[in-house]
Design a protein around this ligand. Sequence first.
Ligand code: ATP
Ligand code: PAU
Ligand code: K
Length: 249
Amino acid sequence: MILELDCGNSFIKWRVIVGTGSGVLSGGVVDSAEQLLLELQLIPGLALQHCRLVSVRSDDETAQLMDLLAQRFGIASCRARSALVAAGVRNGYKDYDRLGLDRWLAILGAYHLAGGACLVLDLGTAVTSDFVAADGEHLGGFICPGVPLMRNQLRTHTRRIRYDDVAAEQALHALTPGRSTVEAVERGCSLMLRGFVHTQLELAKEYWGEDFQIFLTGGDAVLVKEVLPSARVMPDLIFIGLAIACPLS
Ligand SMILES: Nc1ncnc2c1ncn2[C@@H]1O[C@H](COP(=O)(O)OP(=O)(O)OP(=O)(O)O)[C@@H](O)[C@H]1O
Ligand SMILES: CC(C)(CO)[C@@H](O)C(=O)NCCC(=O)O
Ligand SMILES: [K+]
């Protein structure tokens, strides 16, 4: 059994797969290493042999997590690293090791699946887009705040924008102009996200005409699914890239 971890800025996404195949035994989303250990304890018959992980957190925090896993399960973790070239893709950053590793793995996963040009969108705490040409050349991408950050900035820097999570969810059944604060903010942020995604799509068309695939991942992928009917929505895209970056025999 292999433990796979995607340590994002807000959450740790985890799953346990059986062998090197794609059989997923269990998985989830947690907000701390402690919570991860608690959830793993609940899996009957858990027998971890390996761990591979990607982290956009600090080296200290990531090393702590790897130590914790070594102590608890006696396993070493393979951590995905930056590379200039991997699996037919050339990193497009001027300083290749500055490109977020979650982006890099999503790119590797997408190019592997597409075998051609692709637009990769990851909608998490931050929203990112990346462009990979048919020959595997990564052209770069864009980073902007995701919905959780936009919403929190509004809450933090205003006095009268206040509402709860339940109201927030209900506000998104339509995208007509809001008639309450919660509707106005939630729909506004959702439209900003859609506008961003739409712009990425137009840019990809300028580069490649109709000859490219779109990959959509991250917790807020559902918010833009409708505007990208041809997108492949792949919650596990980073894990696909992780298996490419950290192969285990
Ligand atoms: N128990 C849970 N706690 C938190 N999020 C959950 C939970 N279950 C499912 N989720 C979903 O998982 C998503 C987290 O994935 P997301 O891609 O946003 O990760 P992130 O760590 O916030 O972002 P990033 O990887 O960019 O730092 C949330 O948006 C939420 O929709
Ligand atoms: C942009 C995020 C936060 C998205 O998770 C991550 O990929 C990251 O920390 N990247 C480093 C900066 C960059 O990619 O240019
Ligand atoms: K992410």
